[in-house]
Design a protein around this ligand. Structure first.
Ligand code: DQA
Length: 148
């Protein structure tokens, strides 16, 4: 089972940006922890980060055929990235949207996610652990679907 873990703009700067919202771990720290957890769960993870919407669309188009689910923190693209939304929908994969901070407790423009209705679910405000919960959910969910 292969899960794509995608991070959007500015998430390459984790550890250095607004720790009160995003915590102190770097993206590499988070990815290392997720790779370990995936190993325990017998899943494969492929990581991708870009500050460019089109690059993320290209990544989804070129990898989704061989993948089974997507965990995505699209950063600010969450609030307006329609071409990214279309690529996620076209992938036909189950998508879990993750946000380190609670986007609903912040500025109004962060309350809206253009992926909300095509995602299986959202995990917000739980910091880096949100990625772990998303991965664990997808592995369980896909396992149950395969057993049916
Ligand atoms: C974020 C929330 C977004 O509003 C913001 O633009 C980010 C990070 C989060 O993880 O809390 O870049 O997706």
């Amino acid at each position: 089972m292969k899960i794509l873990v995608i991070n959007g703009p500015n998430l390459n700067n984790l550890g250095a940006r607004e720790a009160s919202y995003y915590g102190v771990k770097t993206l590499a720290d988070i990815q290392d922890g997720l790779a370990d957890r995936a190993n325990e769960l017998n899943a494969d993870v492929e990581f991708f980060q870009s500050n460019h919407e089109g690059a993320i669309v290209d990544f989804i188009q070129s990898t989704s055929q061989d993948a089974h689910g997507i965990v995505i923190n699209a950063g600010a693209l969450t609030h307006y990235g329609i071409s990214l939304r279309d690529a996620l929908a076209d992938s036909r994969l189950p998508v879990i949207e993750v946000h380190l901070s609670n986007i609903h407790a912040r500025e109004e423009f962060r309350h809206k996610s253009v992926f909300a209705d095509i995602a299986v679910g959202q995990i917000v405000g739980l910091g880096y652990r949100g990625y772990h919960y998303a991965l664990e959910f997808l592995v369980a969910h896909l396992g149950e679907k395969a057993a049916r």
